[in-house]
Design a protein around this ligand. Structure first.
Ligand code: TXA
Ligand code: MG
Length: 323
C-alpha cells in the first residue's frame, strides 16, 4: 500500500529511481513519472489502464524550462504562459524529439504545463527532468482531489503519494493549442474560456470528437462515477427517481433529500469546482441507485463544470470501449 506523506525529497527519490508516485497539483492529483524515461512512462499507462493513443501532459517548473522540450512558442502561447503560469493552463506546442513518443502518443506536439502547487514546484526544482503526469485515477473515472482519493484507486500500485492537501481548483487544467495560428481549446478547465480569449482573441472550441480524439477529455463519456448519472432539472427528475433511490448533486439549492450534496450553497462557481469530484465520489458511495445532477451557471468555470457533468452522464457509445 502506498505511503501517504509530506516529504518532497522522498517523492524525488522515488522518481529518480524510475518509480511512479502520486503528486498534488492545484487542479487534481497527478500520477507522476520521469517524462524522459520510457519505462516510467509505460508504467503510468499500465497503472492507469490508459490506452496508449492518449498522450500525457509534461510538467515543468517555469516557462524557460518549457523551452527545453518545445521547438517554438508562438507569441500568443508566450502571452498565455506569462499570464497564467504557474497555473491551470496546458499548452499544446510543437515538440522536440527528446520527448519520448510514448508521452505524446506519436503526435508532433507536446502538452506542457507549469503547475502552481507549492509542493510540486519544490519537487520540480529538485529534479533534473520534467514530470509526465495524467490525473491519478483509472482511465475514464473521476479525477482525485485529495491524497486519499489517489490511495483508494491506485494505492496498491504505487509506493508513495505526496500529500499536498485538497486541490484548490478541483477540475483539470484548460488545454489550449494552435492550429494555423488559431487558438483552439481542447478541454475546458481551471481557467475559464473567457479569460483565455481575453489574451488570445476568439478561440475555437474543439472538444467533442468521437474518433481518434486529440484529447481524451474529448471522449464523450469520461469522468464517470460508478453509478448512473442523470443530468437535468432535478425537480423534474425527482418525479421519475424519488429521493430515497436518488442521490442529488445540486448547484446551490437544498432539495432536503436524504442523499444530497450542494456544490456551493452561496452559488459560487469556484467553490462548486473545488467540490465537484469529491462530492461525486461521496454520492457514488451512498446507498442510491442513480445520481441526479443539475447544471450550474453556464459561464466562467461553470462551463467546465457542466462539461464534466455532461460527460459523466453520457450513455455508453463506441467511444468508451477503452474504459
Ligand atoms: O490539470 C491537469 O491537467 C492534470 C494535472 C495532474 O496536471 N492532468 C491531467 O492529465 O488532467 P490527463 O492525462 O488526465 O489529461 C491530459 C489531457 C488528455 O485529454 C490528453 O489527450 C491531452 O491532455 N493531451 C496531451 N497531449 C496532447 C497533445 N499533444 N495534443 C492534444 N491534447 C493532448
Ligand atoms: Mg484525466
Amino acid at each position: 500500500m502506498a505511503l501517504i506523506g509530506h516529504s518532497v525529497p522522498e517523492a524525488a527519490r522515488w522518481l529518480r529511481r524510475g518509480e511512479v508516485v502520486g503528486i498534488p497539483t492545484e487542479t487534481v492529483y497527478g500520477l507522476a513519472g520521469n517524462a524522459l524515461n520510457t519505462q516510467s512512462v509505460a508504467r503510468i499507462f499500465e497503472i492507469k489502464e490508459r490506452p496508449s493513443f492518449d498522450p500525457l501532459i509534461v510538467h515543468v517548473p517555469d516557462l524557460s524550462a518549457a523551452d527545453n522540450w518545445v521547438t517554438s512558442f508562438s507569441p500568443a502561447a508566450i502571452d498565455l504562459a506569462e499570464r497564467f503560469w504557474p497555473g491551470p493552463l496546458t499548452l499544446v506546442l510543437p515538440r522536440k524529439a527528446i520527448i519520448p513518443d510514448l508521452v505524446t502518443a506519436g503526435l508532433d506536439t507536446v502538452a506542457i504545463r507549469c503547475p502552481a502547487h507549492p509542493l510540486t514546484q519544490q519537487l520540480l526544482a529538485l529534479l533534473d527532468f520534467p514530470i509526465a503526469a495524467p490525473s491519478a485515477n483509472k482511465f475514464g473515472r473521476i479525477s482525485p482531489t485529495d491524497a486519499q482519493h489517489v490511495a483508494d484507486q491506485l494505492g496498491q500500485e504505487i509506493p508513495y503519494i505526496l500529500d499536498g492537501g485538497p486541490c484548490p481548483i478541483g477540475i483539470e487544467s484548460t488545454i489550449v493549442g494552435f492550429e494555423d495560428e488559431q487558438p483552439v481549446i481542447y478541454r475546458m478547465g481551471g481557467i475559464p474560456v473567457e479569460d483565455i480569449e481575453r489574451v488570445t482573441g476568439p478561440a475555437v472550441l474543439r472538444m467533442y470528437s468521437a474518433s481518434n480524439p486529440k484529447a481524451p477529455g474529448q471522449l464523450t463519456r469520461h469522468y464517470a462515477p460508478g453509478k448512473k448519472l442523470i443530468f437535468g432539472k432535478i425537480e423534474e427528475l425527482l418525479n421519475h427517481y424519488p429521493a430515497p433511490i436518488a442521490g442529488i448533486l445540486s448547484f446551490s439549492t437544498d432539495y432536503h433529500a436524504p442523499y444530497q450534496r450542494i456544490l456551493s450553497p452561496s452559488g459560487n462557481l469556484r467553490e462548486a469546482a473545488q467540490h465537484l469530484f469529491g462530492y461525486l465520489r461521496e454520492l457514488e458511495a451512498m446507498p442510491v441507485e442513480v445520481i441526479l445532477a443539475e447544471p450550474v451557471e453556464e459561464k466562467g468555470l461553470g462551463r467546465a463544470i457542466n462539461d464534466r457533468l455532461r460527460r459523466a452522464a453520457a450513455t455508453l457509445t463506441e467511444t468508451t470501449i477503452y474504459e
